[in-house]
Design a protein around this ligand. Structure first.
Ligand code: DOR
Length: 431
């Protein structure tokens, strides 16, 4: 069956795209032809009325919570939230119960995603057994069964020697090691950024150095081993400078940032002690957020990710110290980036596509998707003019722990195609 998307405005920095409005012909899951006024002998037609079409968005930092924490989210609900946010693929984090640290776990996530998923699910496996930082996970087996990356996300690997071993094992399997940089001897039970926020709120501090020391260490180990290193949810100006210097040296280092670390700061946590703003690593200073935005614009930041971390209401409706870290993000990420960076002219659409589609795919070794004949038809349609309000009742996620509830945003995904099949049309996920 052929699908014709008419009147699309293409944005793809990887290829020279035609100016003006064009038609995209898709057959057997791939783009067949792009041009003006194409003929469609038989098939489905959709008029995109001048909206943007971009290579399908990919979020490489998502907690689907399945297996084990399905009360928070599961693969069905999390991938629907992803489709609703404009994503064609997500990389699932392994801090589930059981932890994804062997081939069986990888096969479970793949099978469940094939059965109930609304987007592609890229599987990451743990670096160490049960995320304990003590014994290597079954890295080779997980690679053989299709894991694309390794991470102990949610925790830092405390021993430099263990980190070195993880990187040495990952290298021959072509898997990046993605790190949650956190030195427990400095962070302890830190709740919010150490400094003004921790003093003002009377909470234990989570110092910037607890993150920066591990970033510096892991860059040194990247130099030692040659293993590609990806720094997850980077939050500080100095941490970003470390990445900048490593890149200038030519090391295979990449990094990601979340919309909450770009658009919220420690100052947003008031004496209401909003637990939705309790995230790990914590919201930092205004100066840090400004430096992250500069890094997004100048190319130091490679990817925008959400660290979508769903929790139930009863877990978050507790004293700040008792609530779990994390906020959801799949359904607000694109809108936040369009509203705060693209709309005001700080970021081009081309750079947005690099950050949310091209680079994330490359970091976790996925096949390139481009707006050209032959490419897989994973596509996201974006209406840059749509004005909307972030409302909990509109989420497809099971969870509501967003730090952006009631925000007014401009721009969102309206349609999503995965392998040529619609997963969302006119803002509604297709069942
Ligand atoms: O805030 C966070 N929540 N950060 C993480 O690294 C883990 C995540 C979770 O699993 O809830």
């Amino acid at each position: 069956m052929a699908l014709m998307l008419r009147n699309a405005r293409l944005v793809d920095p990887q290829v020279k795209t035609a100016a003006g409005l064009v038609d995209i012909l898709i057959r057997d899951g791939r783009i067949v032809e792009i041009g003006k006024d194409l003929d469609l002998p038989k098939g489905i037609e959709r008029d995109l009325e001048g909206k943007y079409v971009v290579p399908g968005l990919v979020d490489i930092h998502v907690h689907l919570r399945d297996p084990g924490f399905e009360q928070k989210e599961d693969i069905a609900s999390g991938t629907r939230a992803a489709a609703h946010g404009g994503f064609t693929a997500v990389c699932a984090m392994p801090n589930t119960d059981p932890v994804i640290d062997d081939a069986v776990g990888v096969e479970y996530v793949k099978a469940r995603a094939a059965e109930v998923g609304k987007c592609r699910v890229i599987v990451s496996g743990a670096c160490t057994k049960d995320l304990q930082g003590e014994v290597l996970a079954d890295i080779g087996d997980m690679a053989a069964h299709g894991a694309s990356a390794l991470t102990d996300d949610g925790r830092g690997i405390q021993s430099a020697g263990m980190m070195r071993r993880v990187m040495e094992y990952a290298l021959p399997f072509d898997m990046p090691v993605m790190v949650h940089a956190q030195d427990d001897s400095l962070v302890g039970k830190g709740q919010v950024n150490e400094g003004v926020a921790s003093t003002r709120l009377g909470l234990l501090g989570w110092p910037a150095e607890g993150e920066e020391l591990e970033i510096a260490r892991d860059i040194a180990l990247c130099r030692l081993t040659g293993c590609p290193l990806h720094i997850q949810h980077i939050t500080t100006a100095r941490g970003l400078d470390l990445v900048r210097v490593a890149k200038a040296e030519g090391l295979p280092v990449t990094c990601e940032v979340t919309p909450h670390h770009l658009f919220l700061t420690e100052d947003d946590i008031t004496d209401a002690y909003q637990t939705t703003l309790k995230v790990n690593p914590p919201l930092r200073t205004r100066a840090d957020a400004d430096a992250l935005v500069a890094g997004v614009i100048d190319g130091t930041v490679d990817a925008i990710v959400t660290d979508h971390a769903p929790h139930t209401d009863h877990e978050k409706d507790r004293e700040f110290e008792l609530a779990p870290f994390g906020m959801i993000g799949l359904e607000t990420s694109l809108g936040l980036m369009l509203t705060h960076l693209v709309g005001p002219g700080l970021l081009t659409m081309e750079r947005l596509v690099e950050l949310m589609a091209v680079n994330p795919r490359a970091i976790v070794g996925q096949e390139r998707v481009a707006l050209e004949p032959g490419s897989v038809a994973d596509l996201t349609v974006i209406d840059p003019e749509a004005e909307w309000t972030v409302l909990r009742e509109d989420f497809y996620s099971k969870a509501g722990n967003s730090g952006f509830l009631n925000a007014s945003l401009k721009g969102r995904a309206t349609d999503v195609y995965v392998g040529g099949y619609a997963t969302m049309e006119n803002g509604e996920v297709i069942e």
